[in-house]
Ligand binder design. Sequence first.
Ligand code: HDE
Length: 710
Amino acid sequence: MAKKTTGRTPRAKTDTATIHDVQLQRGTGGELHQIAEDDMPLLTTAQGGPVADDQNSLRVGPRGPLVVDDFHFREKIFHFDHERIPERVVHARGYGAHGFFETYDSLAAYTKADLFQRSGERTPVFVRFSTVAGNKGSADLARDVRGFAVKFYTKEGNWDLVGNNIPVFFIQDAIKFPDLIHAAKQEPDRAFPQAQTAHDNFWDFISLTPESMHMVMWIMSDRAIPRSLRFMEGFGVHTFRFVNAKDESTFVKFHWKPKLGLQSVAWNEAVKINGADPDFHRRDLWQSIQSGNYPEWELQVQLFDQDFADSFDFDVLDPTKIIPEEMLPPQPIGRLVLDRMPDNFFAETEQVAFMTQNVPPGIDFSNDPLLQGRNFSYLDTQLKRLGGPNFTHLPINAPKCPFAHFQQDGHMAMRNPVGRVNYQPNSFGEGPRESPTRGFRHFPAEEQGAKARLRPESFADHYSQARQFYVSQTPPEQRHMAAALTFELSKVETPAIRERMVSHLLNIDETLAATVAQKLGFQSMPKPADAAVPTRQDLEPSPALSIVERGPRRFEGRKLGILITDGVDAKLLKGLTAAVSKEKAVCELIAPKVGGVTASDGKWINANHMIDGGPSVLFDAIVVLTSADAIEDLVKEATARDFVADAFQHCKFIGYDPSAMPLLEKAGIAYALDEGVIVLPGEAGLSSFVSELGKLRVWGREPSVKLGKA
Ligand code: HDE
């Protein structure tokens, strides 16, 4: 006989027999259908045992203790207790996607790597983007380097190109990596600040490590706050080797170039995005792939031989140096398209194990000491993170080509060799054998020298390329770098560290140093830091280093935020959204209330956001379309005023219909209208407005906004 139930778990009864009466299932059109219990998959334990009641644990009487026979409860809680694995010690926060790499033309002259042999060949890939310093739950818009790790599942095994969105690194020797990362991450006694380099320990280490100065210029630039993962470059950083079938080696540096051009956010915008949408980058990647706007990059290579390396001003083995693109133009060799999100974040993005030492025949290492140190590190880290040596059995890490070896057993072994023989050589003629012709052979580079702990003289110039980066930036980008340095050092509590940093800046650019020193309130200038190489070279500027110079010039792939109210001109709105989608960009509608608005033609328009949840920092440009009746209420909304004022401050393009002018006035920008604030539909029409948006920012506005003149 059924006992009395508590009534708290409507779909479960506490007696023994049937549990679910009905369930709801969503149809293809989103509608809900009822499905009968018999048509639903049966819930089981991990051992496959059918579960009768998943709502109540087993107890003695309605108010009595739980009992140990409850194997279902025990298994469920046990598994939950073990759901986490250690987060990555660096690059903990990441987001991944699947796609393919397509080779343009055969590269057989340079490399025998199978994936580069045939024009049009497609190789499946998995890419994981990441921030470096923050923990797994930190915000996307931290000022930080972005990881850009690509796993190519080639027909000759996996090739992992584990790169960053910045082509140089902080240190020249892997032995300094733990120190660098300790200093960059949260301070150990107080456990803050998270995902930020604006603290004493980081700048203490950096200011004592002159080799980091070039990288410091990059992370203080807008490169460290990308607008989207889709709008950033990637770099293999180190010099690698291509090796062809004749065993000839060519040095190679890898570059990923985004099809939609480069774009970053303003620092004030980054700070606000982190609050408004800490998942800004991952949401953007998710949305663009799910909507069929597949992000794309071109793989380009800088190829060079030993003679070039010998004639170059710097050492090509030094990972704190670039080879300027103007000096050695990168050649396009293929494209990467990301077209599928993982089915499960943990199984794929979290468990993916990148290792720099995963290279196929035809790709090899150089003697870059950082690369060689990395080749040592990545295997260890996967063992720790994934808990055993069989992480290659996980589908995301397993090669997609045939493979065979005698590695066996260990935790979670899923694919042990079958048959009697698990060794070789054997006389049974069983099992795989190595092949001197098809197998990987390391490039037989000749090496000599005394064994010693040392740093080569050729790595000693720490300032010339740092300066080259700075002088290659446009004026707004240079201003951002000065502001970033000032902000970061303003958070440093120890005056000596600030001074030491400024003493390095003096070796890079005197004006930059003076600006930062003045903003930090220095009474006098410190002496320039002692430099290992006393004469800094004045290298030619490299425009390729500027984001503004490499901007997209098109609004494609960007997002327009349109603030609408009741009475919005339906025709104007329709025309605008059509012009935007023609440009392959996206519109999102923001309304004063949740749900939407009633347009001028009496029809209801659904909005994507309520104004409080859709601040203008989430968009690349904004438009305000309102009506004479609604504007009075709109100007009373503080968030509507911020919507406009922030967009103006962040130098974005703003479109408005004449009835929105009172909001511009209230936001304090009506007196500073410039060429980036455009009345709609305007004489030139909506498509010309949208093509104007391709300029992305009105940087000329910035100085007046900064000084509060706007
Ligand atoms: Fe890494 N790095 N790294 N790194 N790195 C890791 O491996 C390491 C370096 C990079 O999305 C770890 O699986 C050392 C340079 C990316 O899963 C670890 C040194 C570059 C990712 C590790 C470096 C990178 C990592 C932590 C100094 C750019 C994320 C978790 C010699 C070229 C991959 C893991 C992903 C991850 C070690 C320096 C890029 C501990 C010792 C330079 C993109 O193995």
